[in-house]
Design a protein around this ligand. Structure first.
Ligand SMILES: *Cc1c(COP(=O)(O)O)cnc(C)c1O
Length: 458
């Protein structure tokens, strides 16, 4: 008879909230403080809900990313993706750290100028650049990343009209093994569109081709996809050198590295599954270094990393408005924040921690926001200890995209506070009031008075 496998006996206290089909108990300790600031005090001073950002985490994350690339490649430049979080204080932290600006709209471009970024350090991306935007970018010598042929033709006309030679790169899309492919932006590598654009620029002699650019997706979990993209952009740069004897200044790999958030439907938390910045850096730099550039032609490597540099630095602090039982007996908590200010709740299972002491008892809970609409679900199932009315919670990893995609529906946008390395909590955007919402409204004269109609109705 085959010997049975021996297993050590195990005695374990029965605990509610252990592994179930929704995952494990999520919280073991309250998040009562962030960077030494008490959550309770922050809410008392700035109201609930409130976004807070850790200056220390922003700077640490940025420096770690720079180190990951600079230790592997000689020439590296980051450009802060404004649309990921364009509160000016946030942008200026990145600029202080040495980051350029990367913008995708005219107003973001103006923000970067107003923040004091030199024109030649503002990368202008995106499919919608107006004549006015293009003129400003041409005047300031900003790198303009061309998205489509209509833009290329218009830019050529403006260059002629202004008698200037704009600095341009082309945005390239490509098959990196990740589907669906992001092929709506830029020129395709495989089908020859990219070379068509390059030839038109080089033979047109009106535009100065200085780089090639891609942005292959967002929340990318595959370093290999970046290796493929870096190889294909290098191939274009080497081809341009060969055909036109022209050395490009840079290869811009765009953004898209995943932050440590957990995508909905994934079993393991993002902190365990997301590749590190070193893995992305290794994939990209190895591909470029192996592509065949001679040393003096090695292009500057630009990264437009957004979410991976800011997501972890952001927290949303909020409070419980009410608890109730749903018709099927499930527990539901209604919070004072919802998808209006936490847009990323649509695709992430954000980690949520109580901010005060709790018992070991946990229960699966549906967490709703305050909006009068059914889709306002912050977490469709989260295993939490019971929360009382007015208890506080901390939502983690919310620094990317929420403070730009928030919408004004029923509720006002809350304050945003920077937890400074100077030990002070700095208000960097005050909460909105009725005046902000009505600021742009205009009342026609004939509608200003409705006393009569009220009287008539009686
Ligand atoms: C949005 C965007 C980025 C930043 O993307 P992340 O996913 O936040 O890193 C960079 N480059 C371009 C062109 C973008 O559109």
């Amino acid at each position: 008879m085959k010997k049975q496998l021996y297993e050590r006996p195990l005695i374990q206290r029965i605990n509610t909230g252990l592994m179930n089909k929704f995952g494990t108990k999520t919280e073991y300790a309250p998040t009562s403080h962030i960077d030494g600031f008490a959550v309770k005090d922050l809410i008392k001073e700035f109201g609930s809900p409130v976004f807070v950002l850790s200056e220390q985490t922003i700077r640490n994350t940025y420096r770690e990313a720079v180190r990951a690339f600079k230790t592997r490649y000689p020439r590296v430049q980051f450009a802060w993706s404004y649309k990921t979080n364009y509160i000016n204080a946030v942008c200026n932290i990145f600029h202080q750290e040495g980051s350029w600006a990367e913008v995708v709209s005219g107003f973001e471009y103006q923000k970067a100028i107003n923040n004091g970024v030199p024109g030649h350090n503002i990368i202008f991306n995106g499919p919608d650049k107006t004549d006015e935007d293009l003129r400003a970018a041409i005047t300031n010598n900003s790198p303009i990343h061309i998205d489509h042929l209509d833009e290329l033709y218009r830019l050529t006309e403006l260059a002629e009209e202004m008698n200037k030679r704009p600095n341009v790169a082309i945005r390239v899309n490509m098959d990196t093994g990740i589907y669906p492919m992001w092929d709506r932006f830029g020129f395709n590598y495989e089908n020859g569109q990219a070379w068509d654009a390059i030839n038109k620029i080089m033979l047109g002699e009106r535009l100065e081709l200085i780089g090639v650019h891609c942005h292959i997706g967002t929340f990318m979990l595959s370093p290999q996809a970046y290796a493929t993209a870096a190889f294909k952009l290098s191939d274009l740069a080497l081809g341009i050198k060969k055909k036109y004897n022209k050395t490009l200044q840079y290869i811009d790999m765009g953004g898209g590295f995943a932050s440590k958030n957990t995508l909905k439907g994934s079993y393991l938390p993002g902190t365990d599954t997301v590749p590190t910045i070193d893995q992305f850096a290794e994939a990209i730099t190895t591909a470029i270094l192996n592509a065949g550039f001679i040393e003096k032609d090695l292009p500057l490597l630009i990264l437009e990393t957004g979410r991976a540099l800011i997501d972890e630095a952001g927290y949303l602090l909020g409070s419980v408005i009410a608890n109730k039982r749903l018709s099927d007996g499930r527990r539901a908590s209604i919070m004072d924040f919802g998808v209006n200010i936490l847009f990323t709740a649509f695709w992430y299972d954000h980690k949520i921690s109580p901010a005060q002491e709790f018992s070991s008892y946990t229960e699966d809970t549906v967490m709703y926001g305050p909006l009068c609409m059914n889709i306002d679900v912050v977490r469709s199932n989260v295993t939490l200890p019971p929360l009382k009315k007015d208890d506080h919670v901390v939502v983690h990893t919310v620094g990317a995209y929420n403070m730009t995609q928030w919408m004004q529906f029923i509720a006002m946008r809350p304050s945003v506070v920077l937890l400074g390395i100077d030990g002070k909590a700095h208000l960097i955007r005050s909460k909105e009031g009725l005046e902000n919402i009505e600021m742009n409204e205009v009342m026609p004269e004939f509608l200003k008075n409705h006393q009569l109609s009220v009287a008539n109705a009686k």
